[in-house]
Design a protein around this ligand. Structure first.
Ligand SMILES: O=C(O)CCC(=O)C(=O)O
Ligand SMILES: [Fe+2]
Length: 344
């Protein structure tokens, strides 16, 4: 994977940019900040801008990049919350989130889902009591099966960003790139055909909606219809291709746990099984450390997470997560305004 370590000078340059922003905004979800962020990102050290630009344009085969070495104060960030729905008015990690969005803006635009984490743009990935055995980012004891993020959705992000704040458990994210997989041309051809289905993952289902109300009255109706759509996609998923783009270097869209068995199409099922097995064999562990900013190319690499033991003592593993799209316009019909980042 592509990786750079920030130098002391780069860290201090970055910190002076952040300090300047942190006194102007109280949240990275402030629309004015989101309008300004890609302009401010021009001020980041050139080596980092080039690193992310290369990741975006050259599409390295690993499909993953990490910027490491940003200092995180374990004391300053406070306790790992017990649930993502508990958000203080001003985030204790506002400065770290500012940097996270600055980096993200060099890859594209941050977006969120009305049906996920109450429509927030920056998600918390932390273990939640009672979710231990779920197929959710908030599980712990259960293996989170590898997947493309939001594979079921036509507006899924081009990148998934993960910023690590804490990981004493050394819980491993699992990753594999499609470029490590050898397939026969006739298998590739079948995987390029719309013969497969992917249902919405658990995190989008209404049962995992929180009871906190952060959306306005106007949005409540839109949210209702967004959930109706999710239910529809769950009941009757459309047929899609698993591979797309260039057959020589294909992009991938896959989420084995939520893919129905193709009873009527044994040929496609057999090749899908072979692909899943091949990815299983190439999966590697990636243990994120505090101060790591990891970006996964969601068209090229899949990711999951190994089981771990949560302690619920305020020191559990804590990541922040964003979804980044290269083209905000493609989801315009499902966003309230051209600048709105929430996909309904
Ligand atoms: O916890 C992790 O390392 C990954 C979880 C995950 O799949 C996600 O947040 O999308
Ligand atoms: Fe994921």
């Amino acid at each position: 994977m592509e990786r750079i370590f920030l130098s002391e000078k780069e860290c201090s340059d970055i910190q002076s940019i952040i300090k300047n922003i942190a006194c102007q905004y109280t949240s990275v979800e402030d629309p004015y900040f989101l309008q300004e962020v890609s302009v401010i990102a021009h001020e980041l050290p050139r080596r980092i801008r080039r690193f992310l630009n290369d990741f975006r344009l050259l599409e390295p085969s690993s499909g993953i990049c990490i910027i490491s070495g940003y200092p995180i104060s374990d004391e300053k960030i406070g306790k790992t919350p017990s649930h993502w729905k508990y958000r203080p008015e001003i985030s204790p990690t506002l400065e770290e989130e500012i940097l996270f969005i600055l980096f993200s803006s060099l890859l594209g635009e941050v977006v969120g889902w009305s049906t996920q984490q109450a429509g927030h743009l920056v998600h918390d990935v932390l273990p939640i009591k009672g979710h231990e055995y779920e197929q959710l980012g908030s599980s712990s004891e259960e293996l989170l099966t590898w997947h493309s993020e939001d594979a079921f959705h036509p507006y899924r992000g081009d990148y998934l960003g993960m910023m690590c704040l804490r990981n004493y458990e050394r819980a491993a994210t699992t990753v594999a790139s499609i470029e490590t997989i050898q397939l026969e041309p006739d298998e590739v051809q079948i995987l390029f055909e719309p013969r497969f289905t992917i249902r919405p993952d658990e995190s989008h289902l209404e049962k995992n909606k929180s009871d906190v109300k952060t959306l306005s009255n106007v949005s409540i109706d839109l949210l209702k219809s967004a959930y109706q759509q999710i239910n529809q996609m769950n009941k009757n998923p459309e047929k899609i291709a698993v591979l797309y783009g260039d057959p020589q270097h294909p992009y991938i869209r896959i989420d084995p746990y939520f893919m129905g068995e193709l009873k009527e199409d044994q040929q496609a099922q057999g090749i899908l099984n072979k692909l899943i097995k091949a990815i299983d064999a190439k999966l590697i562990d990636m243990i994120l450390q505090p101060g790591d900013f990891c970006f996964i190319d969601n068209f090229k690499a899949v990711h999951g997470r190994k089981p771990f033991k949560a302690r619920y003592d305020g020191k559990d593993r804590w990541l922040k997560r964003v979804i980044i799209t290269r083209d905000l316009r493609k989801s315009r019909s499902t966003r309230a305004t051209c600048t709105s980042r929430i996909i309904f």
